[in-house]
Structure formats: structure tokens, C-alpha cells
Ligand binder design. Structure first.
Ligand code: AP5
Ligand code: MG
Ligand code: ZN
Length: 221
């Protein structure tokens, strides 16, 4: 199955977690702007160092930078063949308009926007309990989603995990505030395009995924 999909939701809503499950089932290229920035920061590239100043404060990286990264990635062959799931992009109306133009210029359209809906009050605790495998990037949670064997990654067997710098409570507060402000206009934007599917993200990960898979099935029929 090939589809052009956006996963949206507040920080910690479960975008990356659901993307991982979609990828296992459908092998669609996963484009997370946050992951791209973290990789650039780890490699200390010029773009990464510039982005770090914003990310450390929980602010958005400027649109020119982010739009350019997405434009490049969307023109690569795997995406042209298999579609994409965008995770964490677009995050404001200007980015949404830029994406519409990128897609229109290459005769593509969105099949679905899945909005993973979670009350902000749940998210601070969720994010402070998140841990990530340093080797393969699989994401876990001390409370809701631990590894099957303590200290060992389910996916790759590594014992090396880390926490994200921007998951510290001080940064999370601002990240949430910034994203909450942008979220409602974006939801309305995609509602008006008739592509929005809102899913209750406050249930077990597998139940959320069942709804995600139902949406993907429905847009492919
Ligand atoms: P990004 O990395 O995208 O961060 P985010 O949007 O804050 O989202 P997260 O990755 O924190 O959450 P998620 O929804 O993926 O949740 P996850 O699945 O991990 O962006 C980081 C920064 O980069 C931004 O702040 C910004 O500075 C910059 N940036 C990125 N994109 C940008 C853009 N377009 N424009 C400008 N700047 C941009 O799950 C979270 C935790 O909960 C995990 O522990 C998981 O195991 C657990 N969990 C998942 N689902 C459930 C469930 N159903 N129940 C219980 N626990 C669950
Ligand atoms: Mg994520
Ligand atoms: Zn791993």
C-alpha cells in the first residue's frame, strides 16, 4: 500500500510510536522533522547547530529551514514510489501552505491526516517517562510501554538507552504551549480539506493503532 499521510498531535501524543507500527505493517517512508533535526544535532552540522538553539527552548525551528528539509526529502525516489508519513510537519499554517504547494507542484495529494488526540495534562508525565534505544531509535516508556526484558531493546537487543534533552519538564512546558497554540488552526485547516481523522490517543498503543490501520484501509479502498 502506498499513501501520503500526515501524523499530527501534541508532543508525546504518540506520533513516532504509531509511525513505527505503520512502518512495520506497510513499509511507508517515515519523515520525522524532529528526528532529522536530532540527527543533524548529533552530527554537529551547521543546520543542526542552528536548530539546537530553538529545540532546546521548545520553540519551532524557522519555517525556511524546515520547509527546505521537507521539500528535499519529498523529492527522493523512495517517497515518490511508496508515499510518506510526515510526523511533526506541518506544525503551523505557513508550513501547511508550503506543503500543499510542494505536493501540487509534483501532482500529488494527501490521502489522510491522522490527528492523535491527547489531553495536554497527560503529556508531561508521558514525556518524562520516555526512553529511546540509542542503536535503533525504538521508543519506550517506563510507565506505559516498557521493554519486554528490562534494559534490553525489543527490536535490536541493545542495552543502550537515552532520554531526550527536550523532555526535561522546563522544556516540555514551553513545547506544549507552543504546539497547543498552533494545533487548533491546523486541525481546522485539514478539516476544511476533508482529510482529517481524529483518533483518541489516550488508550493502549495497540488500540490506537487499530484505529490508525482502519483509517489507512478506508483511504485505500
Ligand atoms: P519532535 O521530535 O517532533 O517532538 P514533538 O512534536 O514534541 O513530539 P514527540 O516526538 O515528543 O512525541 P511523539 O508524538 O512522537 O510521541 P512518542 O510516540 O515518542 O520535534 C522536536 C523539536 O524539533 C520541536 O520541539 C521543534 O523544536 C523542532 N521541530 C520539529 N518539527 C518541526 C517543524 N515542523 N517546524 C519547526 N520546528 C520543528 O510517544 C511519547 C511517549 O509516550 C513514549 O514514551 C511512548 O512510549 C509513550 N506512548 C505513545 N503512545 C502511547 C499511548 N497510547 N499510551 C501511553 N503511552 C504512549
Ligand atoms: Mg516523535
Ligand atoms: Zn534498539
Amino acid at each position: 500500500m502506498a499513501f501520503n499521510l500526515i501524523l499530527m498531535g501534541l508532543p508525546g501524543a504518540g506520533k513516532g510510536t504509531q509511525a513505527q507500527k505503520i512502518d512495520e505493517k506497510y513499509q511507508v517512508p517515515h519523515i520525522s522533522t524532529g528526528d532529522i533535526f536530532r540527527e543533524a544535532m548529533a552530527n554537529k552540522t551547521e543546520m543542526g547547530l542552528a536548530a539546537k538553539a530553538y529545540i532546546d527552548k521548545g520553540e519551532l525551528v524557522p519555517d525556511e529551514v524546515t520547509n527546505g528539509i521537507v521539500r528535499d526529502r519529498l523529492s527522493q525516489q523512495d517517497v515518490l514510489t511508496n508515499g510518506f508519513m510526515l510526523d511533526g510537519y506541518p506544525r503551523n499554517l505557513d508550513q501547511a501552505a508550503a506543503l500543499d504547494k510542494m505536493l501540487a507542484d509534483s501532482d500529488r495529494h494527501l490521502d489522510a491526516v491522522i490527528n492523535i488526540d491527547v489531553e495536554p495534562s497527560v503529556l508531561v508525565d508521558r514525556l518524562s517517562a520516555r526512553y529511546i534505544c540509542r542503536v535503533c531509535g525504538a521508543t519506550y516508556n517506563r510507565i506505559s510501554n516498557p521493554t519486554k526484558v528490562e534494559g534490553t531493546c525489543d527490536v535490536c537487543g541493545s542495552h543502550d538507552f537515552y532520554q531526550r534533552d527536550d523532555d526535561k519538564p522546563e522544556t516540555v512546558k514551553n513545547r506544549l504551549a507552543v504546539n497547543i497554540k498552533m494545533n487548533t488552526p491546523l486541525v481546522d485547516y485539514y478539516k476544511n480539506q476533508n482529510v482529517l481523522h481524529t483518533i483518541n490517543g489516550e488508550r493502549d498503543i495497540d488500540l490506537v493503532f487499530k484505529d490508525v490501520a482502519d483509517v489507512l484501509q478506508s483511504v485505500n479502498d
